[in-house]
Design a protein around this ligand. Structure first.
Ligand code: HEC
Length: 708
């Protein structure tokens, strides 16, 4: 690492250096503020049509459920990316040549398939490190060699299960988003079956410097919004979506998920109350972890309305003055625009009265805070008029199902008959978040506009004691389905499991958890083995005796979700009328949308003339001073596109080997501007997967020397 470059980087991170000079993409989402913005102009509206592949790197290891979601970072000409099973890889950013590769699973039987959205760079001017989250560990690697920095944690890694004041063996934790650096601190959220406390680690030693309790303890603010002992037993309220930092004010911002993790997302009888600081935007003093303000977007979440992305820090104009603000998108499809220093909404809000729950033991919140402006970026309520008209058969089938569902708009609790969740579990907004253009004050939001069904089922205690099958139904069916078919690729099918895994492998997976699969250690080894036998051999023979089965003492498990069901027509297309995905530009000064387009196509429907209907899309955009908005995201057409950022006009597109469900990055090296994106596919088992990073640039004849 050259001293000059390091000093430059330190200046960027501390906010002392004007971001407009940055040729790199040194931080997840471009900068600590999470703007996804680049001042580069070599590639611009006039020449983007000439973009060509400059290089392509195949990380290897693409598989049926692999998803590459990482936003590459680029520091001083080196790019740091992740492979599909979380190998950390350094590339020459100009050529794509491998500089080093670190495999955290070297020699391990089970490879984590956790999603990961990127890594973190840190330097103190002498040393430089890359931090990568893999399973329960934060690895600290030497940025030059890729070797573990032995001084960090225990021989180069920190176990995130430690320091939470619970038995680490009972916890399962991982962080799909990279931490953020403030001065010498590495600040991290997390996800999994653990309390979602936000922690700052010493970037050099890995020692915990501060902890903010997202599930407050006695004497802490927000404690009264939970049952008294919740802090000892409830999991969740975690910031898995990443963090944003205002270096000038020394504030770190975290957006948290719901309380209760996994199948407890949907039944809150064991956590009655508003559940602060779940589903909240938190502003914390980055040096101490002290709470400055909080804004809760959903009270007592029973819909899995995790905040899916960190806020984007922006500056907007109000009454002729500049206001330091932030933009937060949500899965519900609304946007909160808050004063960054106070947490007050800059647009009017209402306390909306919402439907009550008819599930025994549940007490839904009676009011929820909803913005009256800006308008939602996804539809808010499914009515008969909004059902698909793709074919008469599709319409009739969907209408018949719809008439048996509860559909009364946002915050209608889950029910036995099924509640329409619209937008669905995957938003609305998703992990791609918002990009922000400081030149125009436009924020860009890509969104899904499809419905899911939230159906709850009761776990009768006696089913659990009946058979292994009963045990499976109680413990596993919420994700893998009563029929073992899951909802691939998010929740894999277990139908032909014996072709892939043995009883031992599955028992081990149940013991340790893996990727997004929680640990079931608390069941004890006998029951874990019984379950493993059941799913591998599909044998329901000799049961553990009923008295060996742990009675279900836990009210929180009485109702669980009956699978993550997309509301589809009989041909597998969304049950709602298009658009099924959109891309919008929101003017933050006025709260009005400047443009909105349907985003994405199904190639087979487009071939029949059904185009411009939008599809599900994941991963965010990048906006540039060159007047462009780059985005992949659409999961069926595998396109990577550049739009005119002011009008939404499509200026360039290319078709990739698989979809790019990740946020791109753009940077300059050797006088050449590149745009790079991860090409991984996934999110639907009908689409191809890959494990590539593809970089685009202009051919030499279209570049002017010194272009920025
Ligand atoms: C909260 C949701 C959830 C629950 C509950 C759950 N699983 Fe899983 N399971 C997953 C996910 C997600 C994966 C994929 C892991 C990954 O690749 O990240 C998975 C993977 C697996 C796999 C590996 C499949 C493969 O092809 O690699 C097995 C086996 C499995 N689960 C068994 C079980 C059993 C048995 C239970 C009940 C004791 C269970 N799961 C409960 C979410 C869940």
């Amino acid at each position: 690492m050259r001293g000059g470059a390091t000093a430059w980087l330190a200046a960027v991170v501390l906010g002392a250096f004007p971001a407009a000079a940055a040729p790199d993409w040194p931080v997840y989402n471009g900068d600590p503020q999470g703007t996804h913005y680049s001042p580069l102009i070599q590639i611009n509206r006039g020449n983007v049509a000439k973009l060509k592949v400059a290089w392509s790197f195949d990380a290897g290891g693409a598989g049926p459920a692999s998803e590459l979601e990482a936003n590459p970072i680029v520091v001083n000409g080196t790019m740091y990316v992740l492979g599909p099973t979380l190998e950390v890889i350094a590339l020459d950013a100009a050529s794509g040549a491998v500089k080093w590769r670190f495999d955290p699973h070297e020699g391990a039987a089970v490879r984590s398939k956790q999603r990961s959205r990127g890594v973190t760079f840190w330097s103190d001017g002498h040393e430089a490190r890359i931090f990568a989250n893999v399973g329960q560990y934060i690895y600290g690697l030497d940025a030059r060699s890729g070797r573990p920095a032995l001084e960090f944690g225990k021989a180069g890694r920190v176990d995130m299960r430690e320091g939470l004041d619970r038995d680490p063996a009972e916890l399962s934790i991982s962080n799909p988003s990279p931490g953020i650096v403030y001065k010498g601190l590495l600040i991290e959220g997390g996800s999994g079956q653990a309390p979602g406390h936000i922690r700052a680690y010493d970037a050099r030693t890995g020692a915990i410097r501060w902890t903010f309790h997202t599930i407050p303890r006695p004497g802490e603010a927000g404690y009264e919004t939970w049952p008294p002992d919740a802090w000892k037993r409830v999991n969740g309220a975690n910031a898995w979506a990443g963090l944003a930092l205002d270096p000038a004010h020394g504030i770190v911002f975290a957006s948290t998920g719901s309380a209760g993790a996994g199948d407890r997302d949907f039944y809150g009888a064991d956590r009655l109350g508003d559940n602060l600081f779940a589903n909240s935007i938190l502003a914390l003093d980055a040096a101490t972890g002290r709470r400055i303000w909080h804004f809760q977007t959903v009270r007592h979440d029973i819909w899995d309305r995790d905040l899916p992305a960190p806020p984007t820090l922006v500056t907007l104009r109000r009454d002729g003055k500049s206001v330091a603000a932030l933009v937060q998108i949500t899965k519900t499809g609304v946007v909160y625009v808050l004063d960054r220093l106070t947490g007050k909404s800059l647009f009017p809000l209402e306390e909306r009265s919402v439907a009550t729950s008819d599930i025994p033991g549940e007490q839904a919140a009676i009011r929820q805070p909803m913005p009256l402006s800006p308008a939602p970026f996804a539809r808010q309520r499914l009515t008969e008029a909004e059902l698909t008209q793709r074919t008469p058969q599709a319409h009739d089938a969907v209408l018949a199902r719809f008439r048996n569902l509860r559909s009364t708009g946002q915050f209608t609790p889950g029910s036995r008959e099924g509640t329409v969740l619209f937008p669905g579990f995957d938003g609305g907004g998703e992990y791609g978040g918002t990009s922000y253009d400081p030149q125009t004050h436009l924020a860009y939001i890509n969104a899904n506009d499809v419905a899911y069904i939230l159906q709850l089922k009761e776990n009768a205690p006696e089913t659990a004691a009946l058979s292994r099958r009963g045990l499976y139904l109680r413990e596993c069916s919420s994700c893998h389905g009563a029929d073992l078919k899951g909802n691939p690729p998010q929740f894999p099918s277990l139908v032909d499991l014996k072709d892939r895994m043995g009883v031992y492998d599955v028992t081990r997976l149940l013991l340790y958890g893996g990727g997004r699969m929680p640990s079931f250690r608390n069941l004890g080894s006998e029951l874990m083995t019984a379950l493993a036998r059941y799913v591998v051999q599909n044998s329901d023979e000799a049961l553990p005796r009923p008295e060996d089965l742990k009675p279900d003492p836990d009210l929180g498990r009485r109702f669980t979700i009956n699978g993550y069901q997309r509301f589809l027509d009989p041909d597998g297309y969304p049950a709602v009328a298009p658009p099924w995905g959109t891309l919008s530009a929101l003017n933050l000064d006025t709260g009005e949308y400047t443009w909105r387009i349907p985003f994405g196509d199904y190639p087979e429907l487009a071939a029949k003339g059904l185009e411009g209907i939008g599809t599900e899309n994941y991963g965010g955009s990048v906006v540039t001073a060159g007047g462009l908005l780059f985005i992949g995201a659409t999961i069926f057409d595998n396109r990577f596109r550049a739009f005119d950022k002011r009008t939404g006009k499509l200026l360039w597109q290319t078709t990739l080997d698989a979809s790019a469900i990740a946020t791109p990055a753009t940077y300059m090296v050797g006088g050449r501007q590149f745009v790079v994106v991860a090409v991984g596919g996934g999110k639907n088992d009908k689409v191809p997967t890959a494990a590539k990073y593809v970089a685009f640039a202009l051919p030499a004849s279209h570049r002017k020397a010194g272009d920025r």
